[in-house]
Design a protein around this ligand. Structure first.
Ligand code: ISE
Length: 332
């Protein structure tokens, strides 16, 4: 079976996914695209048909599965429409911008009766993160006590805001930490060091976030989106019996001019290209089975609940509690 995919949103990540499905993913093709900017959709469409909006694309008999890659605020609406149509959906992170919308998605999915939604937390498909997950789950570092993370971007776009450091960037580490530690984050705090002179005046950068999990593990996360030197993602877990560190991507070592060096990725799509491929392939493979396998709506909800509390913490300067529902048996 060739899975016929409809892509909603043809901005940077949408175009990246169209290219990926067209050139590298087995068993799928892009048959439909849409974007608020029709000219942009037409430019990215290739062989695919351009639809006037997300609802028309989802309803099309030429679409088996939906990939939501539009602006964050529109995710929930399209995911709910896809669930109502009984179509599998891969939604870029975040699942929705409010916990309430995530809960609506969970309720709709539960009434449908099986998992239809996969959330685009693609770090879970990165080889280094997967190995960390395996080692922690095997108990090789004993009980985890601490986690140190950093999320660094070379430079932020002019429309990037202080809140986006949590909602758009830090949310990746929030999900990765929950997944690696099999634990939920219960409280959050944000501390701001001196800001870099390489930021725009509206932005607080870098930021230092501190999380605590239900079992008492402490996680610190530096989000620094104008670090200048590259796209650098770090994660280190300290356990009772040992320490585990996310490997840097394998790059050859260059020895020249009396120095030793390796290249540093400059953008997210270089650093996580293989992870995105694996994520998309896993999603496409799951479509004919009728049951999504990757990060679930529950994971999307939990990440948004923590992110929302962290935005509160940015504003209050206090430790904020994360108010989360119990995990429904449906997502066990
Ligand atoms: C962007 O949305 C991403 O997902 C990137 O991985 C992240 O590094 C960047 O800061 C976000 O804005």
């Amino acid at each position: 079976m060739t899975v016929r995919i409809g892509v909603i949103g043809t901005g940077a990540i949408g175009r990246d996914h169209i290219d990926r499905v067209t050139r590298r993913i087995r068993g799928a093709s892009v048959t439909a695209v849409t974007d608020l900017d029709r000219a942009l959709a037409e430019k990215s469409a290739g062989e695919a048909k351009v639809y006037p909006d997300g609802a028309a694309l989802i309803a099309s008999p030429e679409v088996d599965a939906v990939l939501v890659a539009c602006s964050d605020a529109a995710h929930a609406e399209h995911v709910l429409t896809a669930i109502a149509a009984g179509k599998p959906v891969l939604c870029e992170k975040p699942l929705a911008v409010t916990p309430e919308d995530c809960l609506r998605i969970m309720a709709a999915e539960e009434s449908h009766g099986s998992r239809l939604v996969q959330v685009g937390f693609m770090r879970r498909y990165d080889a280094g993160y997967r190995e960390m997950h395996r080692v922690i789950s095997a108990g090789d570092i004993g009980r985890p006590l601490l986690m140190h993370c950093a999320h660094r971007n070379r430079a932020s776009r002019p429309d990037y805001t202080t809140e986006m450091a949590v909602l758009s960037s830090g949310v990746h580490e929030i999900d990765a930490a929950r997944w690696l530690l099999s634990d939920e984050i219960v409280s959050t705090q944000v501390i701001n060091p001196r800001s870099t002179r390489h930021r725009l005046p509206h932005l607080t950068d870098p930021q230092f976030m501190l999380f605590e999990t239900a079992s008492g593990i402490r996680i610190d996360l530096e989000v620094f989106v104008n670090c200048r030197y590259g796209y650098d993602i770090r994660c280190e877990t300290v356990g009772e019996e040992g320490l585990l560190r996310l490997p840097d991507p394998a790059r050859p070592e260059l020895r020249a001019s009396a120095r030793i060096g390796t290249a540093i990725d400059q953008e997210w799509d270089d650093r996580f290209s293989a992870a995105f491929d694996a994520e998309l392939q896993a999603w496409v493979d799951s479509v004919p089975t009728g049951r999504a396998t990757g990060p679930s709506s529950w994971d999307g909800y939990a990440a948004t609940a923590v992110a929302t509390a962290t935005v509160r913490a940015q504003q209050s300067g206090d430790v904020e509690q994360v108010n989360m529902r119990e995990r429904p048996a449906f997502y066990a």
